[in-house]
Write a protein that binds this ligand. Structure first.
Ligand SMILES: Nc1ncnc2c1ncn2[C@@H]1O[C@H](COP(=O)(O)OP(=O)(O)O)[C@@H](O)[C@H]1O
Ligand SMILES: [Mg+2]
Length: 413
């Protein structure tokens, strides 16, 4: 890796880890360009430090991590590293040659802080083994897992193409048909994973790759985040944790029984972003985004993009229901609706859910209303009847008293 590409990677990781903002990084890059043109030597790293966007300690730690990861990748037996493909909040992904089969692969090297926990390591291998059992055209194929230079790595199929995030970050708004095509492929990939007992837990545009032929490939299967990352996000305002724009409420709450419906929610949030042109819940801090996932009602996507069909909007709303019991039960059920909408038919399963929910609400509401109404109606009626009764009784008593008076007067007279 050349010094400049290392510097570019440095900038990107600083941003991924939310140590600086996008505009801060852009400012450094612009300044760097200006200085290089003026024949002044400088780097993104130097400028980030100069402007005070990061501290010296942060810079050192980050560079050590990058170097360590690069060194580890170089020590993996049987592979030759050719360059870097990208980086996320947690890891660096390298392009490499698998020497035995003479094919290009992608190798993800995980940072050290994860490898210190023995239960994480155990799970890493266990999930790696499950991921290796998955075999689906829409899932990035797992090839190998292992340890080198004290770091753990994950070898996978190399996907030549782009991520869905690349498109979305350029502001692309997908038309319905194109979005459905992608979401259906992802739902099929997830249905396959779920059938083998594997939940993805981190479905998001950055984990959706689209190859040169337009085939969708779901990445990072078996590399689910730990819940401790969510805790870290809450405490550190998202440092070292991608902003949680797509995560299900029950995952934010740290529930232990995460099932396939968490992936339905995240896929729904991704679908929402594709057709609405923005994430479902926006805020300046990850903590606030997470609060909104849990508490704030979803703005229906067809209120943002009014050209959206009611069918697609209904499907997304059911996918993103806050309570998992209000979502589709499983990927198969979701696929029936997705394919129906694609074929121009109504999403019957979503509609049935809406009707059921409406009915439940109606029943609950109606029962309460009838009760209160009955009490108040009866109450007033009874009082009204009594009033009449008392008036009549009073009148009768008066007549009786008058009659008695006259009869007494006559008898007396
Ligand atoms: N199998 C792969 N083939 C090609 N590029 C990949 C592959 N996996 C990941 N990448 C690239 O590496 C980047 C970093 O991936 P990752 O570390 O999983 O972070 P994130 O998913 O948060 O973006 C991805 O955004 C993608 O551009
Ligand atoms: Mg990824």
């Amino acid at each position: 890796m050349s010094e400049t590409s290392l510097d570019t990677l440095f900038g990107r990781i600083v941003l991924e880890q939310r140590l600086c903002t996008e505009s801060e990084l852009e400012r450094c890059q612009k300044e760097l360009k200006a200085r290089l043109e003026a024949n002044e030597a400088s780097t993104v790293e130097q400028l980030l430090l100069e402007y005070g966007f990061i501290t010296a300690t942060q810079a050192v730690r980050l560079k050590d991590n990058i170097k360590e990861s690069k060194a580890a990748a170089g020590k993996i037996p049987g592979y030759r590293v050719m360059g870097k493909l990208g980086s996320g909040a947690m890891a660096v992904v390298y392009k490499a040659k698998q020497l035995s089969l003479d094919r290009t692969v992608a190798i993800k090297v995980l940072p050290r802080r994860f490898t210190e926990k023995s239960d994480y390591v155990k799970r890493f291998y266990k999930e790696g083994r499950i991921a290796a059992k998955l075999n689906h055209n829409n899932i990035v194929q797992a090839i190998d897992v292992g340890e080198a230079g004290g770091l753990y790595y994950f070898v996978m199929e190399y996907v030549e193409g782009k991520t869905l995030y690349d498109d979305l970050s350029k502001g692309k708004i997908f038309d319905e048909a194109e979005a459905l095509e992608i979401v259906i492929q992802l739902a099929r990939a997830l249905a396959h994973a779920h059938s083998l007992g594997m939940i993805h837990r981190d479905v998001k545009p950055k984990n959706v790759m689209i190859n040169k032929e337009g085939v969708v490939k779901l990445a990072d299967m078996g590399l689910a985040r730990e819940t401790s990352d969510i805790e870290a996000a809450k405490n550190e305002q998202g440092k070292a944790f991608g902003t949680p724009y797509y995560i299900a409420p029950e995952q934010i709450r740290g529930e232990v029984n995460i099932d396939g419906r968490a992936d339905i929610y995240a896929l729904g949030a991704t679908f929402f972003h594709m057709v609405a042109g923005r994430v479902p819940f926006e805020a300046s801090t990850p903590a606030e985004v997470m609060r909104k996932h849990i508490k704030e009602p979803l703005v229906p996507p067809d209120h943002i993009n009014t050209s959206l069909s009611a069918g697609v909007a209904e499907v997304i709303e059911v996918m993103m229901a806050k309570k998992k019991k209000d979502r589709y039960n499983n990927m198969e059920e979701l696929l029936i609706d997705l394919e129906a909408v694609r074929d121009g038919n109504p999403p019957l399963r979503a509609r049935r859910r809406f009707n059921m929910e409406g009915l439940e609400r109606l029943e609950e509401g109606a029962a309460v209303e009838v009760e209160t109404e009955e009490i108040s109606v009866y109450g007033e009626e009874i009082i009204a009847r009594y009033r009449v009764f008392i008036v009549i009784l009073g009148a009768l008593a008066a007549v009786f008293a008058v009659a008695l008076f006259f009869s007494l007067a006559r008898g007396g007279g």
